[in-house]
Design a protein around this ligand. Structure first.
Ligand code: FAD
Length: 380
């Protein structure tokens, strides 16, 4: 058993850290306040090979694994989770195209992502179907050689920025098997009837664009399907198993940041005539944060390593996601508490961490849904 990253993985971590520190640090607060993002930053990340590293080289990627993607996510999120989301979700769903798409689809869409020419998104959630994805109602009806899509999606990352999305569509409502009723289609966002509106006023990750989308008689060729009809749920599950670990890596980066900010603050803040760091109550908090962070790190990289070996363990993935989100939220809470009133001010990094971190318990499956997956596996 070897817990060391390889030299290549360490090089990726160093390059990602240097890029994030140089490019994110001075802009994070501005993007957070204005709920904006600078596409030039996404392009720079693409030029440095940070987009779609896990895609095959023939599609413009680096042919690397989920471990490397998690390293990238951890390093970016340790500097700013909003910007890390904006940059790294630019190819959210590309793994589904690579796994389920035809060669023609892969060549048509994936290189555009890696070069930074295009952004994509993944549209699963609906206003009345989040955790219970099989309840999704956005429907596709076959008309000649086209699918006509009607319905709406909620909370979709990059709905406006994206050139195309993968979309989870109800195509066989009468199928007695709930998990066989949907299919996954690629939908280009310039098709008539596609409309996206930005959701503003998010609590955190405000550099990342979140939208609601409506489809009114949106026509796509039947050849835009990914895999076979009825495989939508399997494709979504494939996507979740990978992205749950990427979100856990984001939580890990945020924990690292929370601990680093806390250490800095308690060393320089004096209370009752001594540094805050000198009190045991403070030290216990730091020790807890460190322990949770290290435990999360082991879970994240073991889960990613298993997926890279083709041995995905959905219960371990779900446990990793649930644990990391909960522990990251606790870490951020402790970090803010250690900052006292200063942590309550928006211009302190710890304040942003506290607001950003909550999303790691919500997207890609809430903590409760992850726990139901773990429990189901234990009781099977
Ligand atoms: C910023 C942001 C970005 C997002 N990006 C995307 C995206 O790009 N694409 C996409 O498709 N979706 C996206 N989502 C949606 C996200 O995945 C969902 O919000 C999430 O899956 C939860 O669904 P919901 O919001 O409908 O909550 P609900 O499903 O309504 O859940 C509400 C609460 O009930 C709990 N709950 C639900 N079922 C059970 C149960 N059986 N037992 C116990 N408790 C239960 C949940 O854990 C939660 O606490 C995003 C969301 C946000 C906030």
């Amino acid at each position: 058993m070897d817990f060391e990253f390889t030299k290549e993985q360490k090089d990726i971590a160093r390059a990602a850290r240097e890029f994030a520190e140089k490019e994110f640090t001075d802009r994070a607060e501005e993007f957070d306040r204005a709920e904006t993002f600078d596409e030039a930053l996404h392009k720079k990340a693409a030029e440095l090979g940070f987009i779609g590293m896990y895609l095959d080289e023939k599609y413009g990627g680096a042919g690397l694994g989920l471990v490397e993607q998690c390293i990238l996510q951890e390093e970016f999120a340790a500097v700013d989770a909003g910007i890390s989301t904006a940059i790294l979700t630019s190819c959210f769903g590309s793994e589904v195209i690579q796994e389920f798409g035809t060669e023609q689809q892969k060549l048509a869409y994936l290189p555009l992502l890696c070069s930074g020419e295009a952004v994509m998104g993944s549209a699963f959630t609906e206003p009345d179907a989040g955790s219970d994805l099989a309840a999704a109602m956005t429907a596709g009806v076959v008309d000649g050689d086209e699918l006509v899509i009607n319905g709406s999606k909620m909370f979709i990352t990059n709905g406006l920025r994206a050139k195309f999305l993968i979309c989870f569509v109800l195509t066989d409502a009468d199928n007695p098997k709930r998990h066989k009723r949907h299919s996954m289609y690629i939908v280009e966002t310039d098709r008539p009837g596609y409309e996206a509106n930005k959701l503003t006023g998010k609590m955190g990750i405000r550099a990342s664009e979140t939208t609601e989308i409506s489809f009114t008689d949106v026509r796509v060729p039947l050849t835009n399907i990914l895999g076979e009809p009825g495989m939508g749920f399997s494709a979504a599950t494939y996507c979740f198993n990978r992205n749950r670990i990427i979100v856990a890596a984001q939580a890990l980066g945020l924990m690292r940041a929370a601990l680093a900010e806390s250490i800095k603050h308690v060393k320089k803040r004096n209370v009752f005539g001594a540094p805050l760091a000198s009190y045991q109550a403070t030290q216990f908090k730091l020790a807890d944060m460190y322990t949770w962070m290290r435990a999360t790190k082991n879970l994240v990289y073991e889960s990613a390593w298993r997926i890279d070996l083709g041995k995905t363990d959905p219960a371990l993935v779900a446990a990793t996601k649930a644990f990391s989100g909960q522990m990251a939220v606790r870490c951020a809470d402790m970090a803010l508490q250690l900052h006292g009133g200063y942590g309550y001010l928006a211009d302190y990094k710890v304040n942003r961490i506290y607001r950003d971190v909550k999303i790691t318990e919500i997207y890609e499956g809430t903590t409760e849904i992850e726990k139901t997956i773990v429990a189901k596996s234990l009781l099977a």
